[in-house]
Design a binder for this molecule. Structure first.
Ligand code: WT7
Length: 664
């Protein structure tokens, strides 16, 4: 682990911490806000009782006996309680007379390809899909892989699994066959749901072909349910593959939802850790649903009969799980579900969607905000965005420039901004301002939510004072917390509960400013954050050394003006491989492809530098800290522990000439 609680940014963050602008909650917003004054005190007085009151917003088939059983690191929230997550997200709203309310305004990537799905429609769709899965032999506890584009069937598939108590494991459509195979094997799934393909900026991408390739390594998968989306030709394996429209459409639209224990597994979501193997983060039913619904109600101030809510993220990531599917649906909200990229059909696509559907709450990532910024403020200015009343940010630290641009050019200087810190592991938001209550500062996530307790500690676990930085920890269990790493309890304990005894170690650096408000500073481990997506350096190194010509590889995340971090790889080759410039250039191209096929296009290095040697300590450890200095064009740090200090200067020189030659 690289110890850099300052975020290792070389000064930009200290500038950030001199940020003095403050934005008070607008009075009209505060007057109607879901979060009421006194909420922090009320929750702090008895956090468990407070969470129990939040849990009363859901419909339980059997009330819990105890709010929390905690024996570190195992938590059981709402122990003894029973409920069905899909019933809570869909049926109960229909039963309460809201069947006609729109659950999703679905906007496909091709212009004009739209669907409006009410809660009653969703109920029928989920019941049919659940009946189809039963016909395919899915039982409670079975894991189901989902590899779909952002189409309504993705939500329906997740809820159908939840309805049956079959944990889903959604894999982002941008992941490669190899990545999909590794996850399918680890989850030991028997059934997979996919589509022929999806749309990406007008072109069609292949999904089923990737799944077919993955399943060559996963013989245990006996059924594939495929949605026809693009109509492209796909291979077909008789006896294993069935079309969604053949099997789902003919099912009954009624299905009795069984109730499950609050701790019944709801889903697995694979995420990158510090080793090459991704971790299957396990979330369970009751606590997760309480956490996502509560945070969605308070942080996004959702008014289900007034708002049009839009989380512009993919369902293949946890943001989509918690704030497109479970949180908003548990609250009976109306959402926009958009299939495409921000520039599909023109760089004003988002602004057109907001204008057309009168979106009132928008939730997105800083990397996207910076991209929209690059495209210019004239585009949002040309559209009526006055329906917006609240803006959210997630995935990485938001720089004050992007925050201010978002506030001014998207939010018309009137919308509060909530910068929300959380992780795949936390299940839902833990740190964010509460709109209507918290004054905000551009770039700060501010404070732990009610019922949540976090701290910033030094290397020995002592809380730091105001104005100081350290490691972010969570010091009490919370309902949405992960319940483990699939199949690896020891890794769970080791990763999160061993660094600071009694506290959850998030892997992030943070600072408390002079007022004690929190600023998140990025990862302190070997995990990179590329456009808000987690990719481990080890995972990319592993892919690079799988190439026959590569001897060794070291990967670092270097700061990047748009994507937050960009991947920079330093590679040594075997024997006499890639001696000429042409061979070197060809190898670099081949290596980028190797990484794309091992992990996915998002993991392609921004730059690959071939070098005869890597800087190593006497104990043989590669000094990534120095390589990060090189990649970020900083003065090189301490080189005295290196076996051969000239190596890093040589790499630095190569890097500079590569940049001036305009390589890559
Ligand atoms: C990591 C978690 C949470 C859903 C999307 C990412 C970084 C997340 C913020 C924020 C600063 C943030 C952290 C965290 N992160 N939100 N508001 N400010 N950093 O989920 O893939 O599990 O990544 O994203 O470094 O540890 P994830």
């Amino acid at each position: 682990m690289t110890d850099r609680p300052d975020g290792g940014d070389g000064g930009a963050l200290s500038a950030l911490l001199h940020e003095t602008r403050r934005f008070e909650p607008p009075a009209d917003f505060a007057a109607r806000a879901n979060a009421r004054p006194g909420i922090y005190e009320e929750a702090a007085a008895d956090p468990e009782a407070w969470w129990a009151r939040q849990a009363e917003h859901l419909t339980w088939d059997h009330h819990w006996d105890r709010v929390l059983d905690w024996e570190e690191p195992s938590a059981r929230w709402f122990a003894g309680g029973r409920l069905n997550a899909a019933y809570n997200c869909v049926d109960r709203h229909v039963e309460a007379g809201h069947g006609g309310r729109v659950a999703f305004h679905w906007v496909g990537e091709p212009e004009g390809d739209i669907r409006t799905i009410t809660y009653a429609d969703l109920q029928a769709m989920v019941c049919r899909a659940a009946n189809a899965l039963v016909e395919l032999g899915v039982e409670a506890g079975d894991r189901v892989m989902i590899y779909l584009p952002m189409i309504p069937e993705a939500v329906v598939a997740m809820l159908a699994c939840a309805r049956l108590g079959a944990p889903h494991s959604v894999v982002f459509g941008g992941f490669s066959a190899e990545a999909l195979a590794a996850r399918t094997l680890d989850a030991d799934a028997r059934v997979a749901i996919t589509a022929d393909g999806g749309y990406r900026r007008g072109a069609t991408s292949a999904l089923k072909p990737n799944l077919d390739e993955a399943l060559e390594r996963c013989p245990a998968v006996r059924s594939v349910l495929a949605v026809r989306r693009t109509g492209q030709e796909v291979a077909w394996k008789e006896g294993r593959d069935v079309w969604w429209h053949d099997v789902v459409d003919r099912q009954s639209d009624r299905h009795e939802a069984a109730s499950f224990d609050a701790e019944h597994p709801l889903y697995l979501m694979y995420t990158s850790g510090t080793t090459a193997a991704p971790k299957g983060i396990l979330h369970t039913t009751g606590g997760y649903l309480v956490h996502t619904a509560t945070t969605h109600r308070l942080v996004f101030d959702i008014k289900p009969d007034e708002d049009v809510y839009w989380t512009a993220a993919d369902i293949g990531w946890v943001t989509g799980h918690s704030y497109i599917v479970y949180g908003p649906l548990a609250n009976g909200a109306t959402s926009v579900l958009y299939e495409g990229t921000p520039d599909a059909g023109g760089r004003d696509r988002w602004w057109r969607i907001i204008e057309e559907y009168k979106v009132s709450i928008l939730y997105t990532a800083p990397t996207t905000i910076r991209t929209l910024m690059k495209w210019g403020e004239d585009l949002p200015a040309a559209h009526d965005l006055t329906s917006l009343r609240l803006l959210g940010s997630v995935g990485e630290p938001i720089n004050p420039e992007a925050w201010m641009w978002y506030r001014r050019h998207v939010g018309g200087d009137r919308c509060p901004i909530v910068d929300t810190w959380w992780q795949t592991e936390t299940g839902g938001i833990l740190i964010a301002p509460l709109p209507g209550i918290t004054a905000t500062k551009p770039g700060a996530a501010m404070a732990a939510l009610p019922g949540v307790s976090v701290d910033v500690v030094d290397g020995d676990g002592n809380p730091v004072g105001n104005g100081e930085g350290g490691y972010l920890v969570v010091d009490r269990p919370w309902p949405g917390m992960l319940r483990g790493i699939w199949g690896d309890p020891e890794r769970y304990r080791q990763t999160y509960w061993s660094r600071f005894p009694g506290r959850y170690f998030a892997g992030d650096g943070a600072k408390k400013d002079e007022d004690g408000d929190l600023w998140l500073l990025g990862r302190v481990d070997d995990v990179m954050n590329i456009s808000g997506h987690r990719i481990s350096t080890t995972e990319v190194e592993h892919a690079l050394v799988s190439h026959p010509q590569v001897a060794e590889a070291a990967v670092v995340g270097a700061s990047d003006p748009t994507t937050g971090q960009g991947i920079v790889a330093f590679v040594t080759v075997k024997g006499d491989a890639a001696q000429s410039d042409e061979e070197g250039a060809a190898l670099v191209v081949a290596l980028r492809e190797t990484v794309a096929s091992a992990i996915g296009p998002i993991a392609k290095p921004r730059q690959i530098l071939l070098t005869p040697e890597l800087p190593k300590t006497r104990s043989g450890k590669i000094m990534r800290r120095l390589l990060r200095d090189v990649a970020e064009h900083r003065e090189l740090g301490d080189v005295t522990t290196l076996v051969d200090p000239t190596v890093v200067n040589m790499i630095d020189g190569k890097m500079q000439s590569a940049e001036t030659a305009g390589e890559d």
